[in-house]
Design a protein around this ligand. Structure first.
Ligand code: DGJ
Length: 378
């Protein structure tokens, strides 16, 4: 009897510090993997392939601040979204100092998509060059034969060099307004930014690409969505058939609205965007928008968060990174966000919440603990 009690207590103890067998999500808690270690995949994204979800994110180091890449991109797998198996490092940084992917560069917000035509897995990520802060504003691409890697780094670029956005009027292409003549953040500066001041500045060398995500539409066309123009305007760029390059077809989205952390999903014939404002690691109010095509035009829908003032103003103390369609359930989407811990980045937490819809708008509400059954009740 005494032995049974000890075994039961031990079992309760073990289950108590891990995810339960049935599974649930506890936003903001420690999320242990199969080894009992908090998942280390920040600013991440998901790929679903052959019955398995793969989670790719920034690998952080204990005690280190910020987003410098000392290891690379970490991958986890799960069949139910509750229990995660450590699949190791999918993309490793290089020791070779002549490589742009050298240890100490910045890798943020990696996303992986599968290309049906080539059978390859393609990873894109925000890439900043070592020692250059956030000045390079590049996007990097890597490719693999197996979903968990190893991914081979191909190159990093400022996208769409020499191409005008498809929704950029001819009349503005020859505008000669320059930064030098404007005071930053003045009304004139804001107007000039909206009218493409930075698009013109970066036309020859390629556009800035910082916070990013990928979206593959039902026809197989893939889009690279990134904060551009000094984080003032999002760009939605079409990728080539093999997903390894840009076609040069792109649009400016919500010019001058300072959107970061974009996440895009499709529900029926509508495309939805959830993003954040630009306040570094500090949380801010989320924004949402809707469109009939990834290229837009996008119509703002306001802050999707509901709850206390603090929850609404801080997106539940988090910042968007991805919206995942749940397989096998209709209209079931999970909003995925990071609760950053900039002083000890590895301690960053994950905030996942179901996307609800009210009057055609995506809505997010806090839940201490929830599971996928919520989607059956909507
Ligand atoms: C906000 C971005 O969304 C993050 O990915 C990261 O780049 C931080 N800024 C850095 O301050």
């Amino acid at each position: 009897m005494k032995g049974l009690l000890i075994v039961s207590l031990l079992a309760v103890g073990i289950l108590g510090c891990q995810q339960t067998p049935e599974g649930s999500f506890e936003p903001g808690a420690i999320w242990p993997d199969n080894n009992g270690v908090h998942i280390n995949a920040h600013g991440g994204g998901m790929l679903y392939k052959d019955g398995v979800y793969y989670w790719f994110g920034e690998h952080k180091i204990e005690g280190k601040a910020g987003n410098k890449a000392h290891v690379g991109v970490h991958c986890y797998s799960s069949e139910d979204l509750y229990h995660w198996q450590d699949e190791g490092i999918a993309l490793e940084v290089h020791e070779d100092t002549s490589s742009l992917l050298v240890e100490g560069c910045i890798i943020e917000r990696p996303k992986v998509i599968y290309n049906e035509k080539t059978g390859k897995y393609v990873m894109w990520f925000h890439h900043e060059l070592k020692g250059m802060g956030y000045d390079a504003a590049m996007t990097g691409v890597a490719v693999a034969d197996d979903v968990t890697g190893p991914y081979t780094y191909l190159r990093s670029v400022n996208p769409n060099a020499g191409q005008w956005p498809m929704n950029y009027p001819d009349s503005l292409r020859k505008d000669t307004t320059t930064m030098a003549s404007l005071e930053r953040w003045s009304d004139e500066w804001r107007k000039a930014v909206k009218e493409g001041l930075f698009v013109r500045r970066d036309f020859e060398k390629g556009q800035m690409a910082r916070d990013m995500t990928l979206f593959v539409d039902t026809d197989g066309t893939a889009y690279h969505i990134h904060s551009s123009e000094e984080n003032q305007t999002l760009h939605v760029s079409e990728l080539t058939d093999d997903y390894l390059d840009f076609t040069g077809r792109y649009t400016r989205v919500l010019p001058g609205d300072s959107n970061e952390a974009p996440a895009i999903f499709r529900r029926g014939d509508k495309y939805y965007l959830i993003a954040s404002g630009c306040t570094g690691w500090a949380p801010n109010p989320a924004r949402s928008a809707v469109a009939d095509h990834p290229f837009g035009p996008w119509k703002p829908l306001g802050n999707p968060c509901r709850g206390t003032e603090e929850q609404v103003n801080t997106t539940f103390d988090s910042q968007s990174t991805f919206v995942l369609p749940v397989q096998g359930k209709e209209d079931a989407f999970i909003f995925m966000a990071d609760r950053w811990r900039p002083k000890n980045a590895i301690d960053g937490r994950y905030v996942w919440l179901p996307v609800e819809f009210e009057e055609g708008k995506p809505v997010l509400k806090w839940r201490d603990k929830w599971n996928l059954n919520v989607f059956d009740k909507q």
